[in-house]
Design a protein around this ligand. Structure first.
Ligand code: HEM
Length: 134
């Protein structure tokens, strides 16, 4: 359950992003809908994964680093093995928005939420397309 507080500060640097991402994963890894998919992190390594996801959000929010990952192929593979269903995408977004609101408020926090929503929509379409079309 995500507790409701009164966050006064905006996301302002990489430390904040790392805090946000770690907190999100505390929720996601124990969520009945999402946890089965995140089990792959036992193989990939959670710390390694958190670094990559931190780079991803740092690029989106501040453009102070470069994320050079494999966003779509990684999720296509997850979709093939586990099924990234609409229900799972909705739950992912609900947890992300809830976690942002739990910890932060402001312009960057709002962008973290709106960008996530846009990416959920495009990723959801992307995983269903044949990979040859990119
Ligand atoms: C149903 C929803 C989602 C689930 C269950 C999910 C789960 C996962 C898992 C298990 C991985 C690690 C896979 C691996 O390394 O083999 C991963 C990677 C990642 N996810 Fe998601 N994800 C979801 C949606 C999203 C969305 C909407 C975003 C962004 C807004 C996102 C951002 C990322 C990033 C940046 C990576 C790292 C990819 C790389 O290695 O370059 N995910 N996701």
């Amino acid at each position: 359950m995500i507790s409701s507080g009164t966050p006064a500060v905006d996301v302002s640097d990489r430390d904040d992003i790392d805090r946000l991402v770690r907190r999100f994963y505390e929720h996601a890894l124990t969520d009945p809908t999402l946890a089965p998919v995140f089990e792959v992190l036992a193989i990939v390594g959670l710390d390694e994964h958190l670094l990559v996801v931190g780079d991803f959000w740092e690029q989106i929010l501040f453009r102070t680093t470069r994320y050079e990952g494999n966003f779509l192929p990684v999720h296509r593979a997850l979709h093939a093995h586990h099924g990234l269903t609409p229900a799972r995408f909705e739950r992912w977004l609900e947890l992300w928005v809830g976690t942002v609101d739990e910890l932060f408020a402001g312009v960057h926090a709002d962008r973290a939420k709106s960008k996530a929503e846009a990416m959920v929509r495009s990723l959801q379409r992307g995983v269903q397309r044949p990979s040859a079309t990119g």
